[in-house]
Design a protein around this ligand. Structure first.
Ligand code: MTE
Ligand code: MO
Length: 253
């Protein structure tokens, strides 16, 4: 390919990238619904996450580190729902943990054409992504760890996410509820992680599966997942939501 042709191609890619950037900027506005929204989602429906990476500007990715950068990693918040959550969900978690999570299922429902549940084996059989990233906690500490999991986009597409979808709402065994929008849901680094530093995800870090949302602050990366609900309306999670605890909904880093 001649360098002139290459340049033209690059210009097209840059234009596409800027287009997506415009969409992202609009999406961060708390008011109103951006017109680009549906288009971005349709893109996600038909393209693989690898293509997303090319279309989205490179700087939209959170920084990734080398294995040698991995640090010790404190566990915060809930560190074992089976011991501290005094509710049927806590009891359920205790039993699932007892059975090495063989009976654990991730429910995916709401605005999907085929609501279904995924076992750990189902998720592990899907395309994987491994990333070494820095976790930033609102309490003021950071830590670097390696995460392995399935891109959330893959799971949403496997359930047949509908074009009207706007949010993915996450529910955990310790009664957390929180959501992210479709830009973050389809971001290549947004994964459902079942591995940490080359091992199964430990209990204290959210076993069997936790969310990693690398472009936002730590509390968005929900541990102990049990259900993902796809919605077209924003829900702050009521008494279980982060907003009720005085935390911001969008905390980009
Ligand atoms: N379900 C659930 N998810 C959670 C939390 C929690 O208490 N429960 N704590 C959050 C906060 S404040 C941080 S900093 C990280 C901590 O993850 P770690 O325990 O693996 O360090 O998980 C986030 N996700
Ligand atoms: Mo945190």
């Amino acid at each position: 390919m001649s360098s002139k042709k290459l340049l033209t191609r690059r210009r097209v890619l840059v234009a596409a990238g800027l287009g997506s950037l415009g969409g992202i900027a609009a999406l961060r506005r708390p008011d109103g619904l951006p017109p680009t929204y549906g288009n971005l989602l349709r893109m996600g429906d038909t393209l693989t996450y690898a293509v997303h990476r090319i279309l989205l500007p490179k700087n939209a990715l959170a920084r990734e580190y080398d294995l040698s950068d991995i640090t010790s990693f404190p566990a915060t918040g809930t560190t074992n729902p089976g011991q501290t959550v005094d509710s049927p969900l806590g009891e359920q978690y205790r039993q699932l943990q007892h059975g090495a999570f063989a009976d654990w299922r991730l429910e995916v429902d709401g605005l999907v054409s085929s609501p279904r549940s995924f076992s750990l084996a189902d998720l592990m059989a899907m395309p994987t992504r491994t990333q070494v990233t820095r976790h930033t906690c609102e309490e003021g500490w950071t830590a670097i760890g390696q995460w392995t999991g399935v891109p959330l986009a893959q799971v949403l597409q496997a359930a047949g996410i509908r074009e009207t979808a706007r949010y993915a709402v996450f529910h955990s065994f310790d009664h957390w509820a929180d959501c992210i929008d479709m830009v973050d849901a389809f971001h290549p680094q947004t994964i459902l992680a079942y591995g940490m530093n080359g091992q199964d995800l430990p209990i204290q870090h959210g076993a069997p599966v936790r969310l990693r949302v690398e472009r936002q602050i730590g509390y968005k990366s929900m541990k102990y997942l049990r259900r993902i609900e796809v919605t077209d309306t924003f829900d702050d999670g009521g008494q279980f939501g982060n907003l009720q605890n005085g935390w911001a909904w969008y905390t980009g880093i």
